[in-house]
Design a protein around this ligand. Structure first.
Ligand SMILES: *Cc1c(COP(=O)(O)O)cnc(C)c1O
Length: 364
């Protein structure tokens, strides 16, 4: 019989969440206890499909593998840890779905009250289920995300609740750890980093992280940041807010990004840019990624992939380059939109026998 394992040192390193893994690199009070669900440490998966298509080396940073299924957990562990440390009893956020799912989970872990404002009728069922299951009070607003954010700011200003949207700079401190992980895994920064953009916190955080690692000498270069918005919600492309943003990629359905200035700096300082892609391009990219690479992401998360394919069509080259594309959230969050293009999903119904199955499968 083998000896009992309890009390022994773990034999392999277990990921401790982004605060414990990178604490000294985060601009948060260093004595903040971590409220963590083990976020971060997400896989960097090579896309054989996109490497073949581009002639480069294309990596997917699969952020759907975070505890609540999106990159929001990186920022939320930081924001909730600091809020609790500072005595917060309640937290509030505006959300297109993933921020509220994440905030509700971390608030449950911290045993404080989560209050969520979402645009009425625009949240996927999966994300809504997460917020409700984690015990959030959900308030539906007749308006869009930008309206929800205004209300959340107002509540935090006048009432004892902490705002944890990405206008809270602590969020970006947590989210920048994704860049650290990319460099730690590849040994240096990539040539290009592509990602979807909505409220623009994530691109700002990545750029913060890449710059910090370069300053510390942990990387020798900075990537070119290329960011993609949905055509119906593309203020960073046109330079004007969208009063009525519309896209099936609900996680980036944002007309007036809070981190507008930071995102513009990230694009310009890195020699990068913003571009828009249509919903059709996004949904095609989503499907292709799932069937070619085995990575199922939600629609918004496929915007970076759609953007890369569009760049190629327009004559851009990624040949011989190292490219990281962040895929921001898990496909299971919104299966309704994913399946919309498929008509009848199961079109073969048979009696329960092998011969019929073989015939329908084309094996005989
Ligand atoms: C929040 C989110 C985005 C957009 O990120 P921003 O930081 O708002 O630009 C993209 N995809 C998914 C899945 C998200 O949850």
């Amino acid at each position: 019989m083998s000896a009992p394992l309890s009390g022994q040192q773990p034999r392999v390193h277990q990921w401790r969440g982004v605060i414990e893994e990178y604490r000294e690199l985060l601009d948060i009070p260093q004595d903040t206890p971590a409220v963590t669900l083990g976020e971060g440490g997400t896989p960097l998966v090579e896309s054989r499909w996109l490497s073949e298509v581009t002639g480069g080396q294309v990596w997917l940073k699969v952020e759907g593998d975070n505890p609540t299924g999106s990159f929001k957990d990186r920022g939320m562990t930081a924001a909730l840890s600091v809020a609790v440390h500072q005595g917060a009893q309640a937290v509030v956020c505006a959300s297109t779905g993933n921020t509220s799912a994440s905030m509700a989970a971390y608030a449950a872990k911290a045993r404080i009250k989560p209050l969520v404002l979402v645009p009425e009728g625009k949240i996927s069922a999966g994300k809504m289920a997460q917020a409700i299951m984690h015990g959030a009070q959900v308030i539906m607003v007749r308006g869009n995300f930008d309206d929800c954010l205004k209300i959340s700011r107002g509540l935090a200003e006048h009432y004892p609740v902490a705002l944890v949207n990405s206008v809270n700079p602590i969020r970006l401190e947590g989210q920048k750890t994704a860049s650290f992980e990319v460099v730690d895994r590849l040994g240096d920064a990539p040539d290009f980093h592509l990602l979807p953009v909505g409220n623009a916190g994530n691109i700002s955080a990545y750029w913060l992280g890449y710059r910090q690692y370069a300053e510390l000498g942990r990387s020798t270069r900075l990537p070119v940041m290329r960011a993609y918005q949905a055509e119906g919600a593309a203020p960073l492309v046109t330079g004007q807010p969208f009063p009525n943003p519309e896209t099936k990629a609900t996680a980036i359905r944002i007309g007036n990004p809070a981190s507008w200035k930071l995102a513009e700096s990230a694009a310009s300082e890195s020699g990068g840019r913003f571009a828009s892609v249509t919903d059709e391009q996004i949904l095609i990219a989503q499907r292709q990624l799932a069937s070619n690479d085995g990575v199922f992401v939600e629609p918004a998360s496929a915007a970076g992939i759609a953007g890369m394919l569009q760049d190629l069509e327009r004559g851009e080259s990624y040949a011989d380059k190292t490219v990281v594309v962040t895929v921001t959230g898990h496909g299971l969050k919104d299966t309704v939109t994913a399946l919309e293009g498929f008509g009848d999903v199961v079109d073969n119904v048979i009696d329960a026998n092998v011969d019929d199955a073989a015939a329908v499968a084309g094996l005989v």
